[in-house]
Design a protein around this ligand. Structure first.
Ligand code: CA
Length: 255
């Protein structure tokens, strides 16, 4: 009787083990995947933010760049603004109900009213534009180097800058940015890891390994890389996606 009971226990256990070996891990020590949601695989994601229950996205490439409001549940586009063909969309931030959309090499930031989605003008920019996020009364921008620069959102006057370092070593290729509970998250271009940065010093406090999130068919891609971080402070959820990824992850960070 005992061996039969043991066998009955073992069979489902073995089945589970065999199953989990072929699937991606659903969690790591640093985070838990809450939901896997659909994402527009034609979106070359360059910036992502969550505000007041809404997901906003900036997409890149010449002739394909857009600003979007996206339905979180379905991944469908609720509202969209196409950029002129000579502009390449990059990082996206929200400050004082205004959306700031950075461009790559076009020396301009596009402005929109977050409520009406109407274009409200632009501000000048200097150098390459990569990631953008708001922190307190400033905007923080990355440009693919190890530098983070801080700007006045009204005038885009440079207020200061820090070099991001991990144990003294500069960390370059900083891309999409997101503030999470006082820490600045930055994903590294063409890597599956995200730095947790003290924005006041530039010091790396730790790393998040998001390699288990990369969709199976895109692992070998040089372009379809992790590049979307958005945080909802109200529910403490982090949303993570990538360029042309068919999925968007809803995550809870462990600490
Ligand atoms: Ca972001």
């Amino acid at each position: 009787m005992r061996s039969v009971a043991l066998l009955a226990l073992l069979i489902p256990l073995l089945a589970l083990t065999g199953c989990s070996a072929t699937q991606k891990p659903a969690a790591s020590a640093d985070y838990e995947i809450l939901r896997i949601l659909p994402h527009d695989a034609s979106a070359f994601t360059q910036g992502l933010l969550f505000h007041d229950g809404k997901l906003f996205e900036s997409t890149g490439l010449y002739g394909q760049s857009t600003l979007r409001e996206v339905d979180l549940q379905t991944g469908e586009i609720a509202r969209k603004r196409a950029l002129p063909h000579n502009l390449f969309g990059e990082g996206l931030a929200l400050y004082s109900n205004r959306l700031y959309q950075l461009t790559w090499r076009e020396n301009i930031i596009l402005l929109y009213d977050a409520t009406t989605f109407e274009t409200t003008g632009s501000l000048p920019w200097k150098g390459q534009g990569w990631g953008l996020t708001a922190w307190s009364n400033q905007l923080i921008a990355s440009d693919g180097s190890a530098q983070l620069r801080f700007y006045d959102p009204q005038t885009m006057k440079l207020l200061g800058e820090v070099t991001v370092r991990d144990q003294g070593q500069p960390i370059a290729q900083l891309n999409e940015l997101e503030m999470v509970e006082g820490e600045l998250l930055a994903n590294i271009w063409r890597e599956d890891r995200v730095a947790r940065i003290d924005p006041s010093t530039g010091n790396v406090l730790g790393w998040l390994d998001f390699s288990p999130l990369v969709p199976e068919g895109l692992r070998a891609s040089r372009e379809a890389v992790l590049n979307g971080l958005a945080y909802d402070p109200a529910t403490k959820r982090l949303f993570v996606t990538g360029k042309n990824w068919p999925v968007l992850y809803e995550i809870r960070l462990s600490k």
